[in-house]
Design a protein around this ligand. Structure first.
Ligand code: V47
Length: 368
């Protein structure tokens, strides 16, 4: 083991990582309390290097948010609207096709589709949307709908989770994004989003998706009212689910943004700091030993911090995005999109190898 880690306060944890041993709940809590960012980063970088080498992935993608009207009232969210608010919107399938066509390029490989829980949009609308997108853009993978949307659709359509997933899959669903996980611990979840599917339900829906052959992502919303113990608990629940069903590809820690939402206003919360962001990425890499990738989502982290995150365990930076609403409504100051050459430059000048991928992590181009 390298001398810096051997002399650090986490030499014993570093030994476990070197030996490929699984880290415990207590190890996770210690890593969060460490206060030695460079030791933590070095260890996470080592764990990532063993898995992914110097390769860092990105995708030419586009976000599509069909509606911001939402029946739930998650108090961290700045994106949701009631149906009667002036800036509430719902796009028809035709409108989505038109908007998407305007920014489509031959290299686009993924549509990331998530929206509010609209009380009147039933399963037919979502299946029509997937079919239309597949028809007009056959080369593009559809990574769509969080477990929270699947649960809501099941409830308003009188179906079970598996029936909803089967129908969406038959209509063209290729993969699922990781949103809606927030924090699983019921004490925190009840305060953040009491109306949403509980943590065990979120995990069960991903388990069903995995059994149907869908690859999915997972997230964790940090930097609000949760404690480090809640984050470790969240990571371990994900690790356990992955042991059982194995379909998670990427974990995305999401930094809470406090503008224009009730939680930020009522508790006077701040944006997370760079140290908190890098710590969460590194601890995630170390605890989630069965996840192929940790994603540094540049829209949320900023491009500069995303570049640094590549030395803290991150092996994916998401993609070109094109149009983003959830984070910009909550105070993100980053651009709406980034082109592939900029993404590749960011990765290459961090000493890594940029790899353009599709939504299923098949390689499109390795940038030399
Ligand atoms: O679930 C909502 C979060 C998520 C705020 O799977 C907020 O590849 C911070 O899941 N501050 C949606 N976060 C975004 C998401 C995502 C993003 C990029 C890639 C992938 C992927 C998934 O955004 C929600 C919630 O956790 N969110 N409001 C806020 N104020």
């Amino acid at each position: 083991m390298n001398q810096f880690l051997a002399r650090s306060a986490i030499a014993d944890i570093a030994e476990k990582v070197e030996a490929g041993e699984r880290l415990s709940y207590d190890d996770g809590v210690r890593l969060y309390a460490l206060g030695d960012l460079l030791a933590l980063g070095m260890l996470a970088d080592r764990a990532n290097d063993r898995r992914n080498g110097k390769r860092v992935y990105f995708v030419q993608n586009r976000h599509i948010n069909p509606t911001n009207i939402c029946a739930a009232h998650c108090n961290f969210c700045s994106f949701r609207r009631n149906g009667d608010e002036p800036d509430a919107y719902v796009w028809s399938v035709e409108e989505i096709i038109e908007r998407t066509r305007k920014t489509f390029t031959e290299r686009t490989r993924e549509f990331h589709i998530v929206g509010g829980l609209h009380p009147d949009l039933k399963l037919d609308y979502y299946c029509d949307l997937l079919r239309a997108l597949k028809h007009h853009f056959p080369a593009v993978h559809l990574k769509a709908f969080t477990a929270v949307e699947i649960d809501f659709l099941a409830r308003i359509c009188g179906m079970d989770w598996e029936e909803v997933l089967q129908a969406l899959r038959a209509a063209g669903l290729d993969a699922m994004p990781g949103g809606g996980a927030e924090i699983f611990h019921p004490r925190v979840r009840r305060k953040l989003c009491p109306e949403k599917v509980v943590g065990k339900g979120w995990l069960a829906i991903h388990g069903i998706a995995h059994r149907l052959g869908l690859r999915t992502n997972a997230t964790m919303l940090y930097g609000h009212i949760e404690q480090p113990e809640d984050r470790v608990d969240h990571l371990l629940q994900l690790r356990e689910q992955q042991d059982q069903t194995g379909g998670f590809v990427t974990f995305v820690p999401l930094a809470y943004h406090p503008e224009h939402n009730n939680l930020g206003r009522s508790r006077n919360l701040r944006f997370t700091t760079g140290v908190e962001d890098l710590t969460n990425l590194a601890v995630s890499r170390l605890m989630l030993d069965n996840f192929p990738h940790i994603k540094g989502y540049w829209v949320m982290l900023t491009p500069k911090l995303t570049q640094l995150s590549l030395s803290f365990g991150v092996s994916d930076v998401d993609g070109t995005v094109v149009e983003e609403r959830v984070y910009h409504d909550a105070g993100a100051r980053t651009d709406q999109g980034m082109d592939r050459h900029e993404l590749a430059h960011l990765i290459r000048s961090a000493g890594k190898v940029p790899v353009e991928r599709d939504a299923l992590y098949q390689e499109v181009e390795v940038y030399t």
